[in-house]
Design a protein around this ligand. Structure first.
Ligand code: SF4
Ligand code: SF4
Length: 401
């Protein structure tokens, strides 16, 4: 029944209240002011109360290693570039710094993300090794790599609990970063337990932006919309990631998700300021950048999303954690599933490797388990996926792509 309700909600969101496959009263008729038909006009939205206005499509640089792509993006009107302290071992920030070092700093909006020193992967709690000093040292390193004195948005990265968002050491760190002029605005990023995190951001009174996973495959999409609306109402800017739900339905990459439709779908919500799809080639750049000029979903795109939503499984783990209580080893299953998605959906085994290594697990933790009583809400064969992706930990990084 729950799944049926979710599907009904998603279907209505995509097709409008009638649920008909071809609907003339499409969802964002009520937001007509936001549909800009002029091909030369970029659709922009305000990032909460920050005073920053952004095109609805920005650039998640995470997996990009081509300076030419970044300059081409800038030429196409994309101005916001998102990276993280750990992406590509710091090379990602270095590349961005090099590419943009000679352009006026205020012509781009840079964001980076820094993880707390210690997070319990199971509870989401922040460990005692996390200090504001370490956090700010990392920020200094990031600024040096980015060749800038400040970032426009500094995120505390990968938080998944209320306590983490409200952790005093992190709150103090971001306040200091702002006071020292090293961050214009501060926020948190989240890809698990997102509604709780967003509510805590509102409660904090400190954070100004949330970078959150959101997509049409989320079982909790309705809850996400509600939390996002609450945040937007108090002036918090919302940036969307993981909009494409893994990009493919299958490990073999034979069933692609209609990524353009998936991105447009998330952006129908005016409370979402912008999105940071990962862009690794010129085709993706052209496709994503075109949405900045026209957010209208075609009838085929609507149909594709409804049909794709009906497909079981896929590569996108909901992060619902309902599997974890059954695992005798209390494995961080959602994180391992995310590594699986990076490997087969994003074709980015380096990123997957980086994530897996941060979990400090042995080779294949399932190998000596006699019985597995873990069951997944999305019917993933969890043991099989863990066994598959954990092989990466044995591969030297120079052999990974
Ligand atoms: S087989 Fe793996 S997932 Fe299943 S209970 Fe054992 S360690 Fe957990
Ligand atoms: S593996 Fe399945 S049950 Fe576990 S968090 Fe992901 S979607 Fe939920």
């Amino acid at each position: 029944m729950e799944e049926y309700n979710r599907r009904t909600f998603i279907k209505k969101s995509i097709l409008g209240g009638t649920g008909a496959l071809v609907s003339s009263s499409f969802l964002y008729n009520s937001h007509a002011q936001n549909i800009i038909k002029n091909e030369n006009t970029i659709i922009k939205r305000k990032l909460g109360k920050t005073g920053i206005e952004l095109p609805i499509v920005s650039y998640g640089v995470m997996r990009a290693d081509s300076p030419a792509l970044l300059t081409a993006a800038l030429e196409k009107g994309i101005v916001h570039f998102d990276t993280a302290h750990t992406y590509q071992g710091g090379n990602n920030e270095e590349m961005i710094g090099e590419v943009f070092k000679d352009i006026p700093r205020d012509s781009i909006v840079l964001s980076t993300k820094i993880k707390p020193e210690e997070i319990d992967r199971n509870t989401g709690e922040i460990g005692p090794a996390t200090t504001k000093e370490v956090f700010l040292e990392r920020l200094d390193t990031s600024l040096k790599r980015l060749k800038t004195d400040y970032v426009d948005i500094l995120y505390v990265h990968a938080l998944s609990s209320r306590n983490a968002v409200l952790h005093p050491e992190l709150l103090e760190a971001v306040k200091l970063a702002k006071k020292q002029g090293k961050a214009r605005h501060v926020g948190v990023s989240t890809h698990k337990n997102e509604p709780e995190v967003i509510k805590a951001v509102i409660e904090s009174g400190v954070y100004e932006v949330v970078l959150t996973a959101i997509n049409f495959k989320q079982d909790h999409y309705k809850e996400m919309k509600s939390a996002i609306a609450d945040a937007a109402n108090v002036g918090i800017g919302i940036v969307a990631m993981k909009t494409m739900a893994g990009g493919f339905h299958d490990r073999e990459r034979t069933k692609p998700i209609n990524c353009k439709a998936a991105l447009k779908f998330v952006l129908q919500d005016e409370n979402v300021t912008t999105s940071i799809p990962g862009i690794t080639n010129f085709d993706q750049l052209n496709m994503n950048a075109s949405i900045n000029y026209d957010l209208t979903m075609t009838e085929q795109e609507k149909i594709d999303l409804v049909l794709e939503d009906k497909l079981e499984g896929g590569l996108y783990c909901q992060g619902c954690e309902s599997c974890k209580k059954h695992c005798t080893k209390s494995l961080p299953i959602p994180e391992i599933m995310r590594a699986y998605m990076y490997t087969y959906g994003y074709n980015d085994s380096k990123k997957a490797h980086e994530l897996l290594m941060s979990l400090n697990l042995n080779d294949n933790p399932c190998s000596d388990c006699k019985n597995c009583s873990v069951s997944c809400a999305k019917n993933f064969n969890v043991t099989k996926k863990i066994t598959d992706v954990m092989r990466l930990t044995k591969v030297p990084t120079e052999f990974l792509s």
